[in-house]
Design a protein around this ligand. Structure first.
Ligand code: WQD
Length: 343
């Protein structure tokens, strides 16, 4: 196959939070992009916003990653050099209540995408994994060598996903996979035109905070104030979604250039508590965030953060945007879109 000068990337889950930001970052880096989404957890309005930001009509296919025929048609219509697979459900609590929905979509979808890739001869794959695969910290910060032990159904779909991919690599050495273990993505594109827009009551901290700030929610419940941390509240490694998006660009470039697989943490290496984030957000937005200390959320770990050395060494990537930028960009998005995309 002749070498194409401009590489083309398929994004599954392309209109989701991380997918849409990665779309913008890939285009800015000179890649062609084809987006696939079934809008099961995202809005079609995202496509219009992407068109504004990129100055062109996004190349998009509406479809389900469990639909092998639709994937075959997509691969026949577009010469794809790499696939970035975001399409998965991600709510920890929901995964416990509806495990089969999560296995069908997160595992079934992953396998179906790979079967279609094999039929089409596509050999480069970026997997959206998660720090949740590390389970209870044996040591911190988590390095990529930390033992793996998922603690909930969502986390097990990510851990099993990694194991499925390692088996696929063993069977086909031409397949190259970047396993990206995300920490906690927050923030929004600086334009405020795309951002995090969860359906229903936000599970995650930052979107709950922004909805309090914009008046959609009364008060924040802080899940636990008696953890063994500097202020008693949970500690996480929050990274700006545009840093995370640029990490995907670095991973796609690495796979195509080095023709090698890799597994890396994508985090800042810094732990931030719930109250640290709330205070930073109040400074950035000028809005008070009233809160109550609520009972601990079952399944939550007290504290974890990344050792991000390997991503810097192998990908030449490191997070660069500050907590203040994460908060300012989150607020700009929410203030401009009080009801999210459907508003
Ligand atoms: C962060 C901190 C909460 C909400 C999960 C998944 C992970 C990834 C990101 C998909 C914790 C506290 C939260 C609230 C609170 N998901 N909190 N009040 O749990 O670290 O990670 O989401 O990729 O895989 O496990 O993120 O934002 O839910 O919680 O006090 O209303 O904020 O207790 O300390 P988490 P989170």
């Amino acid at each position: 196959m002749e070498e194409r000068a401009v590489k083309r990337v398929l994004l599954t889950g392309a209109t989701g939070y991380i997918g849409s930001h990665t779309w913008v970052a890939l285009k800015a880096a000179g890649f062609e992009v084809v987006g696939l989404d079934d809008f099961s957890n995202s809005s079609p309005q995202v496509l219009g916003r992407l068109a504004e930001l990129m100055g062109e009509t996004p190349v998009f296919v509406q479809g389900d990653v469990n639909d092998g025929a639709a994937l075959d048609a997509l691969f026949a219509a577009h010469a794809i050099d790499a696939v970035v697979h975001f399409a998965a459900f991600k709510a920890v609590g929901e995964s416990t209540a509806q495990p089969l929905k999560y296995y069908a979509n997160n595992i079934g979808g992953l396998v179906t995408v790979h079967q279609a890739m094999a039929r089409a001869g596509v050999k480069h794959f970026v997997f959206s994994s998660s720090a949740t695969v590390y389970g209870e910290p044996q040591f911190l910060p988590y390095t990529e060598a930390h033992p793996l032990a998922a603690m909930n159904v969502y986390g097990r779909t990510k851990l099993m996903g990694e194991q499925i991919l390692r088996d696929a690599e063993a069977a086909d050495p031409a397949l190259k996979v970047a396993y990206l273990r995300y920490f906690n993505p927050v923030g929004a594109h600086e334009s405020g035109r795309i951002g995090e827009d969860p359906r229903g009551v936000p599970n995650n901290l930052m979107p709950y905070v922004t909805q309090v700030a914009v008046g959609r929610r009364e008060r924040l419940g802080v899940f636990g104030g008696d953890y063994d941390t500097h202020d008693g509240t949970g500690v996480r490694d929050y990274l700006h979604v545009m840093d995370l998006a640029e990490g995907h660009v670095a991973a796609v470039s690495y796979l195509l250039r080095e023709q090698q697989s890799l597994t890396v943490n994508l985090g800042t290496g810094q732990g931030i508590s719930v109250l640290d984030l709330v205070k930073a957000f109040e400074r950035a937005s000028g809005r008070p965030i009233p809160y109550d200390i609520a009972p601990r959320r079952p399944g939550d770990l007290p504290a974890f953060w990344a050792d991000a050395t390997l991503a810097r060494e192998r990908l030449g990537w490191q997070a660069s945007r500050s907590l203040d930028q994460m908060c300012a960009d989150s607020w700009r998005w929410q203030q401009a879109n009080p009801q999210g995309f459907e508003g």
